[in-house]
Design a protein around this ligand. Structure first.
Ligand code: ZN
Length: 253
């Protein structure tokens, strides 16, 4: 007889054990459903409707928020995709089972379609960072909208998904801007200054020292130093119990 983990345990105890494992599995599945419901609730609020309208009471949504235990944070990468470093980063994220957010420049999309397809397939959130990295507030509305819509159109042509979020370059967003499609801006709470220091230790130190629950971290996937720093940050903060999520999960916290 093959010696398994339950060998030597009386039959009635084995039954109990199997029952307990079954219950644990049901519990875990319920937890996943709770998180899903909670996310739907948050999304409903972004869209301006009460969670109750999706068949869930406000009170329930509140309870689920309290129940959450993990500390969530989001890594965001602007200005990509980069023909080499973005893929290196995606490899590292996949190995660690981490989801991140990428705000792409329209001008960087052509020839890098496979990288963008991979981002979408691996569960990362893809957002808009304008076509030519422009300051939206300095442009006429028509031109500003073209910057945004052309970029979204290119992304959607690759992923098949609509683009809902924008990281406005320089953090300058015009709330009054009305394009054909409504975009939700996502800013940041921790600026790593990775593009200026290009120093792995400094980037890691800055994030690990400043980090708080629900932080959105700004980085750029165009540098070797950023990729190395991002992966080290993940390893350090996962060990502290942080969970890395896409930025849309945090903007209403
Ligand atoms: Zn940028």
């Amino acid at each position: 007889m093959k010696k398994g983990r339950t060998a030597g345990i009386p039959a009635w105890k084995r039954g109990l054990l199997v029952g307990m494992i079954g219950l644990m599995a049901v519990g875990a599945a319920a937890g996943i459903r709770d998180r899903q419901a909670e996310r739907e609730g948050q999304r409903a609020m972004v869209m301006g409707e009460a969670p109750g309208e999706k068949g869930q009471s406000l009170q329930d949504a509140g309870k689920q928020t309290q129940k959450r235990e993990t500390k969530k944070i989001a890594l965001t990468f602007d200005d990509g995709p980069h023909p080499y470093y973005t893929e290196e980063l995606l490899d590292g994220l996949a190995e660690r089972n981490v989801k991140a957010t990428f705000f792409l420049l329209g001008q960087n999309i052509e020839g890098r379609e496979e990288i963008i397809k991979r981002m979408a397939e691996e569960g990362h959130l893809i957002g808009n960072h304008t076509y030519y990295h422009v300051d939206i507030t300095r442009l006429e509305d028509e031109e500003a909208c073209r910057e945004i819509l052309d970029t979204s159109e290119k992304i959607t042509a690759i992923t098949g998904q609509p683009v809902e979020y924008i990281r406005p370059p320089f953090g300058n967003w015009d709330k009054e801007l009305e394009c054909e499609v409504t975009m939700l801006p996502i800013f940041w709470s921790v600026d790593t200054l990775d593009w200026t220091t290009r120093n792995v230790d400094q980037i890691v130190q800055k994030v690990v020292t400043d980090i708080e629950e629900n932080d959105i971290i700004l980085m750029h996937d165009s540098y070797d130093s950023t990729v190395k720093a991002a992966l080290r940050i993940i390893d350090l903060l996962q060990a502290e119990g942080y969970e890395f999520v896409t930025a849309d999960e945090l903007i209403l916290e």
